[in-house]
Ligand binder design. Structure first.
Ligand code: 2P0
Length: 348
């Protein structure tokens, strides 16, 4: 019997407060703007992945997601496998006693416990977990920054799920993507009272994939150039300062305005892309009512490429925010639930 080598990991979902939307290089997933996210810690918002390899496996690499075989021949998955194998080969070349794992077929088994491809950043947690599981299997000495460079090639937003807490993704300038990596703005422990309420409006697969949608936006939206070159760079600085100063009002305002800006460029895409629905708009209204009642910003909504809302708030306002949401949206069609969530404490 040939030996089977195995390693497991989990990676969390991250939800951007400054959105990534647009690629300057679709092959390497190099973005047209930097972005910033908060990594969520809830145990059922993670991808669990086991990577194994063995000389006894069938010759093809294989990936099982939620029990279903996936196509691994795509350029993104292949790029991750190739880069990780190359790093393992370097290790093996420097130490002949190491088993030749890089030459064995890989088998990856992943489970998401949240809706896949419904705008809940499933590809982010998925590729982050895949890359870290293989890196662990290969016993690579790579840093989270190095792994973020690889995960980015699987899915752009995945690079941010290699870190916990408040995480930026620097767009970089190099054509080879060497400087397009994630970095930690602050650990979760720096601002531990941050919470996220997740409103699962719909668990259906989204109509327009992010990759297709963002490239159509880049090609057709007249709002997009100023968003990428002026609005986002200014907001990246404002957001990092707000986090450093634990200034929720600014954090919340910039979060909501950037979500609105992203969805405006979607609507300005031709043909237009609609990710928000009536329940999403009702959620925006509830946040406005909460903030008006409080006389300041205590809740902030954001929406990714789908109708589900994420509402950030501080623990001290839990009753007000979560309570009003239940009262206001509890009987709406399509309303699936709300839960409070802590920010992920580290990249584990
Ligand atoms: C984000 N989204 O920053 C933004 C906000 C969706 C809206 O990152 O083509 O799945 O795999 O690089 O990472 C979704 O895009 O796209 C995304 P690819 P990805 O979280």
């Amino acid at each position: 019997m040939s030996e089977i080598y195995r390693a497991s990991t989990t990676a969390p979902v991250n939800i951007a407060v400054i959105k990534y939307w647009g690629k300057r290089d679709p092959k390497l997933n190099l973005p047209t703007n930097s972005s910033l996210s908060v990594t969520l810690s809830q145990s059922d918002l993670r991808t669990h992945t086991t990577a194994s390899c063995s000389p006894s496996y069938p010759s093809e690499d294989a990936l099982l997601l939620n029990g279903q075989a996936q196509d691994v021949s795509g350029a993104r998955t292949q790029a991750c496998f190739r880069e990780l194998r190359a790093l393992r080969q370097t290790l093996e070349a420097s130490d002949s006693s190491l088993p030749k794992l890089a030459s064995y077929p890989l088998r990856i088994v992943s489970e998401n416990n949240f809706p896949t491809a419904a705008g809940l950043a499933s590809s982010a947690a998925g590729f982050a977990a895949l890359v870290r599981a293989i890196a662990n299997l290969y016993e690579l000495p790579s840093s989270p920054t190095d792994l973020s460079r690889i995960a980015r090639q699987g899915s752009g937003s995945a690079c941010r799920s290699l870190f916990g807490g408040y995480v930026g993704w620097e767009q970089g300038a190099a054509t080879d993507g060497s400087d397009s990596v994630a970095f930690q703005v602050a650990p979760a422990s720096y601002w531990p009272s941050m919470r996220a309420l997740i409103l699962v409006v719909s668990a259906a697969k989204k109509g327009v994939s992010s990759t297709t949608g963002m490239q159509t936006t880049v090609a057709t939206s007249s709002l997009f150039p100023s968003r990428a070159s002026e609005t986002v760079p200014r907001r990246m600085a404002e957001m990092q300062k707000a986090i450093q100063e634990k200034d929720f009002e600014t954090f919340g305002k910039v979060t909501m305005m950037d979500s609105n800006s992203f969805h405006a460029t979607c609507l300005d895409t031709y043909p237009p892309i609609f990710y928000l629905n009536d329940v999403s708009r009702a959620a925006i209204k509830v946040v406005e009512v909460i903030n008006e009642a409080a006389g300041r910003i205590v809740a902030a909504y954001t929406f990714d490429a789908g109708p589900n809302a994420v509402v950030y708030y501080l623990e001290e306002n839990e009753k007000l925010v979560a309570g009003l949401f239940k009262a206001a949206l509890g009987d709406k069609d399509g309303w699936k639930g709300a839960r409070g969530d802590k920010v992920e404490s580290n990249a584990d």
